[in-house]
Design a protein around this ligand. Structure first.
Ligand code: C2E
Ligand code: CA
Ligand code: CA
Length: 719
C-alpha cells in the first residue's frame, strides 16, 4: 500500500516537475525570441541610423537612385517589423504603430520622390518629409530597441523568477511529497501496520490459547476494525468453544479415567485370576512354578540360600466332598486356606523367612514355598503348626467338620533342575505321610522317589494288565442267615501279575480309579462275573436263587454308558437282571444324590438290585436313606471287627437292621470271621452275612466245589 502510494506520489511529482520544466523551457524560448527580436531591432536601429544618415545627406540628384534601394529596404523592414510585432507581446500596438508610421509614410512618399510626378519643390518637400520620417523612424526604432532591451531584461528576469519559482515549487513539491510519504507511512503504520500487527499478535496469542488477549482498539481502517471486531468475536467464540470443549474433555477425561480404572481393575483381576486360585485367592500352580523356578535359579548361584516346599493334602477330603456336597467341600478348602495363611503369619521362626508363597494347585492340594529358611527344622516346625491349626473343627454350613492334612516336605538340597521335580518329590513325601496314617508330615528321601516311580510303573503295568486280561475274578460267598445257605457271591477282582502273583485290589483299584482305568476294568469284571454266575446257575439248576454282587466304582457310576453296558452284558450272558446286585459305596451315593438316583432307578428297571456298600463309613444321615432306590445296606466290616470290643456297635447294627427293614431293605454284614459274630448277627436279625468265617474270595473252581458241597452254617437252634 505504502509502496503504491509512494509510486503514485512519485509519478505525480515527476509530472509536476515536467510541467514546470516545460514552463521554464517556454519562458527560455520566449527569452530567446525576445533576445532575437532585440538583436534584430538593434540591427534595424543601425540600419535606420544608416538610412537616416543616408536620407539626411540625400540631395535631389542622388536621391532617386539611392532611394530605390532604400525603398526595398524600407519595405523589407516594414515586413520584418510587422512579423516582429506578431511575434512580440512586449511591444504594444500603439508603440508599434508609432514606430511603423514613419515607415509607412516613407513608403507612400517614395513613389512621389522616385516618380517623375513631382516637381522640384514637391520633391524637396517629399524628401524633407522623408528625412523627417526617416529620423522619426530611426528614433522609433531606437525606442523599439529600448523596448526590446527592456523586454529582454524583463523576460530574463521573468525566466530567472520562473526558474526560482520552479525550483521552489519542486522543493515544495518534494517536501510535500516527503510529507505525504511520511504521513502515509505514519498513517499506514498507525492505521494499517500496527493494527495488523496487533491483529497478528492477537491471532498468535489466540492460537497459543493464551487466556487473556490484548484489547483490540478501534484504530485501524474500517476493514481492519471490522476484522479486529471479527477476530475479537472469533476469539470470544473460540474461548467459549474452548471452554465448552475443555468441559467436554474434562467430562471425557473423567469417563476415560473411570474406564481406564475399570479396565485396569479388570486387567488386575485377569492377571490375578491368571495366577490365583478362584476359590481361595491363593497363588495357583503357574505362579507357584514361576516362584519355584526363581528359587532354584537363586539356589544355584548362592549355596547358602535354602528353601523348602511343603506339599499339603487334606485327609479324607473326598469323603467330605462326596458326602456333604461340593459347597461344604469348598467352604472347607477356603477355611483351610485361611488357617494356612494365619499360621504362616504367626509362626515366629518364619519372621526370618524372606517371603512365602501359599498356593492351591488342585482340589485339596496346597503347596507352601518357604523361601529363604535358615534350617531344615524351620520347615518341620511350620508343618507341625499347620497340623495343629487344622486339627481344630471347622464350622461349615452350621455343622462341625473335622479335618487334617498330610504334609510332604522337600528341600532344595538335592540340586533340582526344575520345579516339577521338586514338587514331585514333595508330593511323594506327602503320599508317604498319607500312607503312614495321615495327619502327619514326612520329609522327602530318595526311597520315596523310588516308591513314586513304582506307582508310575503300576499305572503302566495296570494298563497292560487290562489289555492282556491279567485281571481275574474271585468269588466270596454271601450267606443267607435265614436259610444258612449260599445265595450269592461277591465278585472281587485280583491282578494275576506275571511276576508278583495275585495282587490285591487294594493296591490298584484306587489307582485305577484315579486314572479312570477302572471303567474298563469294571466292565471286564462285570462280564466275567455274569458269565460265571450264569454257568453255575445252569450247572446247579439255581436259575433265580444264585446272585452275583459286583462292585461299581464312582467313576463307573459317573459314566453315562453304565446302564447300557449293564443291559448289554445281561443280554450277552443271559443273566436275569434280578440275579445281579451292584455294590456302590455309601460315599459315592451321598456325593451326588440327585444324579445318582436317576442312574439307580434306570438300573433297577433292568431288575438289578442296588446294594449300598461300606455302609456306616460315610456321612449319610439315616433319615436320607428312603430317598434312594436301594435294596440292601451292606454294613462295613469295621462294625463287625469293633462289635466285640465295643458293645455299643451291636446296638448300632441292630438300629440299622430295624431301620432297613422298615424301609423295605435288607442288611448284609461283611467281615464275619467267627462263629460268635455269626450268632450275634443272627440274634440281631441280620439278613445276610459275608466273611472269612464262611469263605474267603475263591477262584471259580473252589467256589464251584463249595457250591457242590452245599454248605449250611446256621446252627439248628438258631434256625
Ligand atoms: P469290599 O467291596 O468291601 O470288599 C470286601 C473286601 O473285604 C474284600 O477285600 C474281601 O476280601 C474282604 N473281606 C471279606 N471278608 C473279610 C473278613 O472276614 N475279614 C476281612 N478282614 N476282610 C474280609 P478285597 O477283595 O481285597 O477287596 C478290597 C476292596 O477292593 C473291596 O472292598 C472293593 O472296594 C474293592 N474291589 C474289589 N474288587 C473290585 C472290583 O471288581 N471293582 C471295584 N470297583 N472295586 C473292587
Ligand atoms: Ca463290596
Ligand atoms: Ca464293603
Amino acid at each position: 500500500m505504502l509502496q503504491f502510494v509512494a509510486i503514485v506520489g512519485a509519478i505525480a511529482l515527476a509530472a509536476m516537475v515536467g510541467l514546470l520544466m516545460s514552463l521554464i523551457e517556454s519562458a527560455t524560448q520566449n527569452l530567446m525570441t525576445t533576445t532575437a527580436q532585440h538583436d534584430r531591432l538593434a540591427d534595424l536601429q543601425t540600419e535606420a541610423a544608416d538610412l537616416d544618415e543616408v536620407i539626411a545627406t540625400l540631395d535631389a540628384e542622388s536621391a532617386a537612385k539611392a532611394l530605390l534601394t532604400v525603398d526595398r529596404s524600407i519595405q523589407r523592414w516594414l515586413v520584418d517589423l510587422i512579423e516582429m510585432r506578431r511575434a512580440s507581446d512586449h511591444i504594444s500596438a500603439t508603440t508599434f504603430d508609432n514606430a511603423t508610421q514613419p515607415l509607412q509614410r516613407m513608403i507612400q512618399i517614395f513613389p512621389d520622390i522616385t516618380g517623375d510626378r513631382k516637381s522640384g519643390p514637391e520633391f524637396a518637400d517629399a524628401l524633407a518629409q522623408l528625412q523627417t520620417d526617416s529620423t522619426r523612424y530611426a528614433r522609433s526604432v531606437d525606442k523599439l530597441q529600448a523596448l526590446a532591451a527592456s523586454a529582454v531584461n524583463a523576460t530574463a528576469t521573468s525566466l530567472t523568477r520562473r526558474r526560482r519559482i520552479g525550483m521552489l515549487a519542486i522543493g515544495v513539491l518534494c517536501l510535500l511529497y516527503l510529507a505525504m510519504i511520511e504521513n502515509m507511512r505514519y498513517w499506514t503504520t498507525r492505521r494499517l501496520v500496527r493494527p495488523v500487527e496487533e491483529l497478528a499478535d492477537a491471532a498468535i496469542q489466540a492460537m497459543r490459547g493464551e487466556e487473556s488477549l490484548p484489547q483490540l482498539e478501534e484504530c485501524g481502517t474500517q476493514e481492519l476494525n471490522a476484522l479486529a471486531r471479527m477476530l475479537s468475536s472469533f476469539v470470544e467464540t473460540l474461548k467459549q468453544k474452548v471452554l465448552e470443549r475443555t468441559a467436554e474433555l474434562e467430562r471425557q477425561k473423567v469417563t476415560l479415567e473411570r474406564e481406564v480404572a475399570v479396565r485396569r481393575r479388570a486387567e488386575e483381576q485377569l492377571r490375578h485370576a491368571a495366577f490365583h486360585d478362584r476359590l481361595t485367592s491363593l497363588c495357583n500352580r503357574d505362579l507357584l512354578m514361576d516362584r519355584l523356578d526363581r528359587c532354584i535359579t537363586r539356589a544355584r548361584r548362592n549355596t547358602d540360600y535354602k528353601f523348602a516346599v511343603l506339599f499339603l493334602d487334606v485327609d479324607r477330603f473326598k469323603e467330605v466332598n462326596d458326602s456333604l456336597g461340593h459347597t461344604v467341600g469348598d467352604e472347607l478348602l477356603v477355611g483351610i486356606a485361611k488357617r494356612i495363611q494365619t499360621c504362616l503369619r504367626n509362626t515366629d521362626t518364619l519372621s526370618r523367612v524372606e517371603s512365602n508363597t501359599i498356593s492351591r494347585i488342585g482340589g485339596d492340594e496346597f503347596v507352601i514355598l518357604l523361601d529363604g529358611i535358615k534350617a531344615r527344622t524351620d520347615a518341620s516346625l511350620v508343618a507341625e503348626r499347620l497340623q495343629t491349626e487344622l486339627a481344630a473343627p471347622f464350622k461349615l454350613s452350621g455343622r462341625e467338620v473335622f479335618s487334617s492334612a498330610s504334609i510332604g516336605i522337600a528341600f532344595n538340597e538335592l540340586e533340582y533342575d526344575t520345579p516339577d521335580h521338586l514338587l514331585r518329590d514333595a508330593d511323594a513325601a506327602m503320599y508317604h505321610a498319607k500312607a503312614s496314617g495321615k495327619a502327619r508330615h514326612e520329609v522327602f528321601n530318595k526311597r520315596m522317589h523310588e516308591q513314586a516311580m513304582a506307582r508310575l510303573q503300576l499305572d503302566t503295568d495296570l494298563r497292560r494288565a487290562v489289555e492282556n486280561e491279567e485281571l481275574i475274578v474271585r468269588y466270596q460267598p454271601i450267606v443267607n442267615l435265614r436259610t444258612g445257605r449260599i445265595d450269592g457271591f461277591e465278585a472281587l477282582v485280583r491282578w494275576n501279575h506275571p511276576e508278583r502273583g495275585l495282587v490285591s485290589p487294594l493296591e490298584f483299584i484306587s489307582h485305577a480309579e484315579e486314572t479312570g482305568l477302572v471303567v474298563q476294568l469294571g466292565k471286564r469284571v462285570l462280564e466275567q462275573a455274569c458269565s460265571q454266575i450264569r454257568a453255575w446257575q445252569d450247572e446247579f439248576g439255581l436259575e433265580a436263587s444264585l446272585a452275583i454282587s459286583v462292585n461299581v466304582s464312582k467313576r463307573q457310576v459317573a459314566e453315562p454308558g453304565l446302564v447300557q453296558t449293564v443291559k448289554e452284558i445281561l443280554e450277552d450272558t443271559g443273566v436275569d437282571g434280578r440275579c445281579l446286585k451292584l455294590e456302590i459305596t455309601e460315599t459315592v451315593i451321598m456325593a451326588n444324590p440327585d444324579s445318582i438316583t436317576e442312574v439307580l432307578h434306570k438300573l433297577r428297571e433292568l431288575g438289578v438290585q442296588i446294594h449300598m456298600d461300606d455302609f456306616g463309613t460315610g456321612y449319610s444321615s439315616l433319615s436320607y436313606l428312603h430317598r434312594f432306590p436301594i435294596d440292601v445296606l451292606k454294613i462295613d466290616r469295621e462294625f463287625m471287627s469293633t462289635m466285640n470290643a465295643n458293645k455299643d456297635y451291636a446296638g448300632i447294627v441292630h438300629t440299622i437292621v430295624v431301620l432297613a427293614h422298615n424301609l423295605n431293605m435288607e442288611v448284609i454284614v461283611e467281615g464275619v470271621e467267627t462263629r460268635d459274630q455269626l450268632s450275634q448277627l443272627i440274634a440281631l436279625d441280620c439278613d445276610h452275612a459275608q466273611g472269612f468265617y464262611f469263605a474267603e474270595a475263591l477262584d471259580p473252581d473252589k467256589a464251584k466245589e463249595l457250591l457242590v458241597s452245599r454248605p449250611h452254617w446256621i446252627p439248628a437252634s438258631a434256625a
